[in-house]
Structures are given as structure tokens and as C-alpha cells.
Design a protein around this ligand. Structure first.
Ligand code: IMP
Length: 427
């Protein structure tokens, strides 16, 4: 079985938990985009694990692949490999030689570029993601394989410096010495990483030919896609299901199914339009119940109701087969639960997402109200496997409403952080 799992909103849908749950049946997990702007938390009986670069399926799968579409901070990577090996000693990690490297200089540039943007400031994670992809497309980027070659690495760093000189002028990287020291550090990290570098596209295809199960794991979410997200408030990579081919080398025609992860409400980090956003006391409560603070940045996330217009767009563009709904337990604790059903613009109903920022800000959302289902923390407390039939009627009504409106079955429901709180709904 070849499966891709990805987020259908603005990231932070809880993909990590769902992926961890699924990965038991997959011998290989592959990440194909983004870098340590992503963050996922997996809770196991051995404790809480946070990963940023390493795929969330890494705790259970034998082979863990970081594909060419990623941008990798080599120092963060070594740290995460170390942590992973503590809890999963015999894991095989393979990193594409072609993945691009986020250097300390790129992290500086991320902040410097944000300063310049003024009104259209994105609120990036400041992890150097944008500038690293910029260099990739400018064909000056440093690839993982370049960390093994002093001459090439030095040449690339110097080229990037000349190209971005205006931005780097006031920084430590303006000094030849500092750049030299950075190159030395990168070479040292490269030496440690070299044993993990591989021709990952070949490895993935060989695994496929052997009939192994492969799980592709998208980072961020559909609405952060560089093309189809709410540009410019997006990340710098493609986050859609189709991106797995460019980001890993695996042919998209061989993918059997697409699982879309959707949080029972919406959250967003950073700036930009958010049609179903809520504010005030309701927002504070939802943020508190759901612990909606960035895994990578610690920033409070903006929160809102589920948005069916965005969701149906995401389902279509990713060709989603089944849905996984997360944080049902969080939403039920609110006094009032709403779903954004329809958009209208200048008094007319619209079924598309307006692409001018002005129009998107003007969109009016009509809502449907649901009866909240209260605290679900008692369900599964006895350690028994939770069945769909154990859920309160109001939860089922909410889930079945989404199924009917989106014309897709919900396959997985997550009711809390523990592994036994992720359940299957019979298809
Ligand atoms: P960047 O990816 O750091 O350049 O940030 C661009 C935008 O994407 C910002 O609004 C970030 O908050 C958002 N973003 C990037 N990665 C994630 C993620 O994994 N979850 C949620 N938001 C993200």
C-alpha cells in the first residue's frame, strides 16, 4: 500500500499523531517537503517526542527517509537523529543527497527579509525556510552532498553572500572570517551526516518493487502551499499530495490512497486572511483547551471554526480519499460549536476562494450551529479500545455532517494525545 497523508488546513492539524498511528503498518516513511518549520509531537508510553525534520512515523517504521524536496538544517538534524536513536535504536535513516541545506546565514536572511516586507509580513517561523528555497531556485543552493566538498561549499556560500550582500551587510556574515567558520562547522556536520546520505529516490522505488508499504508524510498544510495556499501568507514549498513526486522522486501514479487530516476547527500561525477566525473569550478558550501554541515557535495560534469552503477545495486539489479528524475532544468543550458553511462576497454566494487579498478579507461566512458534546476525557480511561459506537451522539452528528457535506468518509478520529485515543470509524 502506498499512502500519502497530509494536512488540509493551515498546518498543525495533528498529522503527527495520525501518522504515528498509521505507521505501524508501513515499513518506510518519507518526508518530501519543508524543513524544521514543521513540528510534530507524538506521545507514546515512553513519553513525549517532538520532531521537526524527522517524519512523525519514525518511531514505528523501519526506514525513515528525508527526501530531496526538503530543506534541512544539518545541526538540528544531528540533534534529532540522536534523540530518535534513543527511542528507536535500529531505525534506518536515509537522507537525500539532493535535499537543500539551511545554513545559519539563511536563518538570518529569513528575519532580514521579514523586516523588509512591512505590510505583507508573513510571520514566518524564522527557520530559514524561504531563503533556502530561494537559493534552490536561483541555482545557488547548497545541497546535502555539497557538505562533503569544501571547495564547492565555499564557492556556494560566497556566491550566496555576493547575491544577498545588501541584506547581510549589518550581520556577522559580512565578515570573511565568520563565513569561513560557518563553512568549517557545516563540513564537520556533513562528515557526521555522510553515513546517512543516500540515493533515496532509488531506495523508495526498490521498496515499492519489493511490495513494501510506504507512507509519504506531507508537512504544513494545503492552505500554506506556495501555489494554491493563501499567497503570500504561505510557506515556500508545495504542500499538496502531488508534491510527493517532486519531493521524493516517487511516481505519483503509483500512489494508492490519499488521507487528508483535518482538525475539528481551524488554527493558523502567522499573518493573513482567516475567514472563520474567532476572537475574544471564545478564542482564548479554544486556544487553551487545544493548547494551540506553535511546536516550533511557541507562538499562540489564531483559532476559528471549521471552514467547509476551504476544506472542500483542499479535498479536491489533493484528491483526498478519506479523512482523519483530530481534536474532536477539544472542540466539544466549547459552549457553542459552529461550522463555516458558505462564503458570500458582495451579497452573492461564492463557491471559490477569492484570490485578491481585498476580496478574501471581505468574504462573509454563514455558519451552522452544533450542540457541543462536552468533555470526552472519560472515554477510553479504562484502557479498553475505543469504538466509534462509544462516542456521544453529538460527536457522531458532527462527524457524519462533515462526511455528507464533503462526500468523503471519515476513517480516523482522534480524541486526545494518547495513542489509544486515536480510533477508526468503520468505512
Ligand atoms: P515559513 O514556512 O517559516 O517560511 O513560514 C511561512 C508561513 O507558514 C508562516 O505563516 C508560518 O507560521 C507557516 N508555517 C510554516 N510551517 C508551519 C507548520 O508546520 N505549521 C503551521 N504553520 C506553519
Amino acid at each position: 500500500m502506498i499512502t500519502v497523508i497530509l494536512g488540509l488546513q493551515f498546518g498543525d492539524e495533528g498529522k503527527g499523531k495520525v501518522t504515528d498511528y498509521l505507521s505501524e503498518k508501513y515499513s518506510t516513511v518519507v518526508r518530501f517537503n519543508g524543513g524544521n518549520n514543521a513540528g510534530h509531537t507524538v506521545v507514546t508510553d515512553k513519553g513525549l517526542h517532538k520532531f521537526y525534520l524527522i517524519p512523525a512515523g519514525a518511531l514505528r517504521s523501519r526506514n525513515v527517509i528525508l527526501g530531496n524536496g526538503m530543506v534541512i538544517d544539518p545541526f538540528g538534524l544531528l540533534d534529532e537523529i540522536d534523540k530518535l536513536k534513543h527511542v528507536h535504536a535500529d531505525v534506518q535513516i536515509k537522507i537525500s543527497r539532493l535535499a537543500h541545506v539551511v545554513t545559519p546565514l539563511h536563518k538570518f536572511l529569513d528575519k532580514a527579509e521579514e523586516e523588509i516586507r512591512s505590510k505583507l509580513r508573513i510571520g514566518t517561523t524564522a527557520q530559514g525556510i524561504g531563503p533556502t528555497y530561494e537559493d534552490k531556485y536561483a541555482r545557488t543552493g547548497v545541497r546535502m552532498v555539497d557538505l562533503l566538498d569544501r571547495e564547492i561549499l565555499t564557492d556556494k556560500v560566497e556566491t550566496i553572500f555576493r547575491m544577498k550582500k545588501a541584506l547581510l551587510e549589518g550581520s556577522e556574515f559580512n565578515s570573511d572570517d565568520a563565513r569561513f567558520r560557518m563553512v568549517e562547522k557545516l563540513l564537520k556536520a556533513g562528515k557526521e551526516i555522510s553515513k546517512y546520505l543516500d540515493y533515496t529516490e532509488d531506495f523508495i522505488f526498490d521498496s515499492y518493487e519489493k511490495g513494501e508499504n510506504i507512507l509519504f508524510e506531507g508537512a504544513q498544510g494545503t492552505m500554506l502551499d506556495i501555489d494554491f495556499g493563501l499567497y503570500p501568507f504561505v510557506t515556500s514549498s508545495n504542500t499538496l499530495a502531488g508534491a510527493l513526486s517532486n519531493g521524493s522522486g516517487f511516481p505519483f501514479r503509483k500512489v494508492d490512497r490519499v488521507i487528508g487530516v483535518v482538525k475539528a476547527y481551524t488554527s493558523k500561525v502567522g499573518a493573513g486572511p482567516f475567514p472563520t477566525e474567532i476572537s475574544g473569550e471564545d478564542a482564548d478558550r479554544l486556544r487553551g483547551y487545544g493548547n494551540e501554541y506553535g511546536t516550533t515557535t511557541g507562538r499562540p495560534r489564531r483559532v476559528g471554526w471549521l471552514d467547509l469552503n476551504l476544506l472542500s477545495y483542499a479535498i479536491r486539489i489533493n484528491d483526498v480519499d478519506t479523512l482523519a479528524i483530530t481534536k474532536i475532544d477539544t472542540l466539544g468543550q466549547m459552549d457553542r460549536v459552529y461550522v463555516g458553511e458558505r462564503y458570500s462576497l458582495d451579497g452573492e454566494e461564492i463557491k471559490y476562494i477569492p484570490r485578491s487579498l481585498d476580496d478574501l478579507e471581505k468574504v462573509k461566512v454563514s455558519y451552522r450551529e452544533f450542540k457541543p458534546w462536552g468533555d470526552l476525557s472519560d472515554i477510553g480511561k479504562d484502557g479498553k479500545r475505543i469504538e466509534y459506537s462509544d462516542l456521544p451522539r453529538e460527536v457522531k452528528e458532527y462527524i457524519e455532517y462533515i462526511e455528507n457535506r464533503m462526500k468523503r468518509p471519515v476513517e480516523i478520529i482522534s480524541l486526545g494525545a494518547d495513542r489509544n485515543k486515536t480510533i477508526r470509524k468503520p468505512l
